[in-house]
Design a binder for this molecule. Structure first.
Ligand code: SF4
Ligand code: SF4
Length: 135
């Protein structure tokens, strides 16, 4: 008999389960071929490539929600279309953005941001915030 122990209460397993539920993807299906990373047009700008992102989620590596790649990804779905396992990688990243915004309690009022901040904040962060705040 195999016993599986699950952590609870905000731990890394909870993040994995949240991402899987929100994205409706099974991250366990990823066999780490790296195709998603190889096909990403913004790979050079990312601090964590898509295949590594999935690995970090599965192994509970901390700090995933703080990665800039979540906001650098433009949702082009190239990774999703090329994944040999049919995993919607773009949707997984979208789910992480959603969780980050919800857990961070962020509520950006774009019109109130100073020009300097607008130049620094990744465009996807602004778009994701607007999406959330406009339902
Ligand atoms: S392309 Fe698919 S199977 Fe390959 S590493 Fe990326 S998510 Fe995993
Ligand atoms: S959806 Fe994001 S991670 Fe996937 S290829 Fe496009 S930019 Fe890269």
């Amino acid at each position: 008999m195999i016993t599986i122990t699950m952590r609870a209460g905000g731990g890394p397993d909870e993040l994995l389960h949240k991402v899987e539920a929100l994205s409706e993807q099974n991250l366990g299906g990823c066999y780490q071929c790296g195709t998603c990373a190889a096909t990403c047009p913004l790979a050079a700008e990312m601090d964590l490539l898509p295949d590594a992102l999935i690995r970090h989620l599965r192994f509970g590596v901390p700090g995933v929600l703080e990665r800039r790649m979540l906001w650098i990804c433009v949702g082009c779905e190239s990774c999703t279309q090329r994944c040999p396992r049919g995993i919607d990688v773009a949707r997984i990243i979208g789910a992480l953005r959603q969780i980050r915004i919800q857990e961070g309690g962020d509520h950006l009022i774009v019109a109130q941001l100073p020009d300097a901040a607008l130049r620094e904040i990744p465009a996807m962060a602004l778009v994701a915030s607007l999406r959330r705040n406009t339902g």
